[in-house]
Design a protein around this ligand. Structure first.
Ligand SMILES: NC(=O)C1=CN([C@@H]2O[C@H](COP(=O)(O)OP(=O)(O)OC[C@H]3O[C@@H](n4cnc5c(N)ncnc54)[C@H](OP(=O)(O)O)[C@@H]3O)[C@@H](O)[C@H]2O)[C@@H](O)CC1
Ligand SMILES: Nc1ncnc2c1ncn2[C@@H]1O[C@H](COP(=O)(O)OP(=O)(O)O)[C@@H](O)[C@H]1O
Ligand SMILES: [K+]
Length: 499
């Protein structure tokens, strides 16, 4: 689990690392440049024509060091353009300029946008980094617009130039528009917001060797859930265990138009390793259920009010359920059973914050997508504000909110935000949310806390999608469900190898 930190805290970590090690700031810059180039070379071939566009601060210094390192790695078509007009030149920029000149790498300075080349193949953007402290001048705005229009592919160093880590909105954004940003030491919360694609289409982060013990002690409200975290949470199946050891999940789902949602949710629960799954649905669907997935058990919707709920370690309600008066009545009845619950789709559509306050008195995970979230908690015009509302609501309702997104935000009962790091656009297809509900309900039934079930469920769901995306352009939900046991195996096997 990585704690996300501010630019100011990163600067302090930089200083602390230098004070408490043999490293100087120029060494740290060299490490940052090395870390950047290691990722860069996997994306861009040495045949491409590379233009490093630099400022004169430390971001610019990184750019100059990167140009030198790339040249040494066989990138011969490389030149550096330095933007004029900065008031200061950092010491480490100056040292890197000397090192660059010694290698005879082309270095020129431009003072007007017209002096920039007409076209660029690949741009490395190192004009401004986290040191941005005021609005862009007209010279920079016009230059950035020209670069944005004329570059085939742009990679930003640490952050797209002109992008601020302190502002979470992108109205009137006039900075560099990168295809990829390689940022240092930690992901930036900013890049997980869908709006940030105007500044960078994708991002990667890489360690530059800052003191991790110092960094990890910095308090924050935002965390990045990585594979190590999830591996630390997951338990392996033990000898002499049986189906009863792994819990019984009840899935309440499906109506005439959306039987598939019920099947997908139940299938995902099964493939996530729960001991038993019962699907409560209309009896007319039982034959389909048995043919589709014979391991599933069924319960009749008519019997909803006479079931013994103590048998079930988790109850998932909502996918493809429908939302008429009868279903609303059923939902309120179910909430009173006080079982660990996952509430999704129609269950969320039938609820209000008042009803949630009244009834959510047990471990619960709410899994809204953006529309469900805004219907329930009010309209939002930007994702940062939506996350803040989720933090307030999770605290007030004492439940876990899984706000779905490419980077899903998992908010715990004290309002801390855990950003899921897996998943990809090949998963953007109907039914994928049903699979997530099935996964989380399985981990809940297996005995994990609501929060851990959400963290593990989201990570495993996205990782299964990532593994499939290496071979498939799109991953239909049912295929992803069937892949879950392989993903679980890989997580548990890796853990054995690395421990
Ligand atoms: N943190 C770490 O651990 C490490 C960080 N590293 C790297 O350092 C980067 C941060 O570097 P940095 O602090 O020198 O700032 P940077 O972004 O280069 O800006 C330079 C100067 O530009 C100016 N300026 C500001 N706004 C402006 C504007 N709108 N228009 C015009 N000028 C403007 C302002 O100077 P001023 O003119 O105010 O004197 C500012 O000081 C970071 O992103 C990463 O790449 C690595 O090297 C190693 C480890
Ligand atoms: N571009 C994407 N990147 C990562 N995950 C995605 C992407 N698109 C969809 N997903 C995941 O798929 C699921 C979609 O959920 P939802 O919108 O409720 O789908 P549905 O209601 O169709 O089942 C979420 O878990 C979401 O995180
Ligand atoms: K930059």
């Amino acid at each position: 689990m990585l704690n996300l930190i501010t630019a100011e805290e990163m600067r302090k970590a930089d200083a602390y690392t230098c004070e408490h090690s043999e490293l100087s700031t120029i060494d740290l810059m060299e490490q940052a440049a090395n870390a950047f180039t290691e990722i860069f070379v996997n994306h861009i071939s040495p045949q491409r024509h590379i233009t490093v566009i630099a400022g004169t601060g430390n971001n610019g210094g990184d750019g100059l060091a990167i140009a030198r390192l790339l040249r040494m790695k066989g990138y011969h078509n490389i030149k550096v353009i330095c933007m004029n007009g900065f008031t200061t030149e950092s010491e480490d920029f100056r040292i890197n300029k000397e090192r660059l000149v010694a290698l005879k790498i082309s270095f020129e300075t431009v003072s007007t946008p017209e002096q920039l080349p007409q076209n660029f193949d690949v741009v490395i953007d190192a004009v401004l980094g986290s040191g941005l402290n005021r609005d862009l001048s007209n010279f920079l705005k016009t230059s950035f617009e020209h670069i944005n229009q004329n570059s085939n592919y742009t990679v930003s160093v640490d952050i797209p130039s002109g992008c601020s880590t302190d502002r979470f909105t992108f109205e009137d954004y006039c900075g560099i528009k990168a295809d990829l940003t390689i940022c240092f030491q930690r992901p930036k919360l900013l890049f997980t917001l869908p709006e940030s694609t105007v500044a960078t289409k994708s991002f990667k982060f890489t360690s530059i060797g800052l003191d991790e013990n110092y960094l990890l002690a910095i308090p924050t409200d935002y965390y990045w859930t990585d594979q190590q975290t999830v591996q630390g949470l997951l338990h392996k199946r033990k000898a002499f265990t049986h189906k009863g050891t792994y819990g019984h999940a009840l899935i309440i789902s499906g109506n005439a138009q959306t039987k598939g949602a019920a099947l997908l949710t139940a299938k995902a629960a099964l493939f996530s390793g729960v001991g038993l799954v019962t699907l409560l649905t209309e009896s007319a669907y039982f034959p389909y259920v048995n043919v589709y997935q014979p391991e599933l058990m069924t319960a009749n919707k008519e019997d909803l009010k006479i079931l013994d709920y103590s048998k079930y370690q988790s109850v998932a309600i909502g996918p493809g359920m429908g939302s008429n008066t009868e279903q609303r009545d059923q939902l309120l009845f179910l909430l009173q059973q006080k079982r660990p619950m996952v509430l999704d789709a129609d269950a969320l559509n039938m609820l209000t914050t008042d009803l949630l306050k009244q009834y959510i008195l047990h471990p619960a995970v709410l899994t809204p997508h953006v529309k469900e979230f805004d219907r329930l908690f009010g309209a939002h015009t930007c994702w940062y504000n939506r996350i803040q509302t989720a933090r307030i609501q999770a605290k007030e309702l004492q439940c876990v909110i899984v706000l779905k997104n490419q980077y899903t935000y998992i908010i715990n009962e004290v309002g801390k935000v855990f950003i899921n790091s897996t998943g990809n656009p090949a998963m953007a297809q109907g039914g994928m949310g049903d699979i997530l509900t099935g996964c989380i309900s399985a981990f809940l039934a297996r005995g994990y806390s609501a929060f851990n079930a959400a963290v593990i469920g989201c990570f495993v769901h996205g990782k299964a999608g990532d593994e499939l995306a290496e071979r498939y352009e799109v991953t239909p939900a049912s295929i992803l469900a069937e892949h879950l046991p392989l993903t679980l195996r890989s997580l548990l096997t890796d853990r054995i190898m690395t421990n």
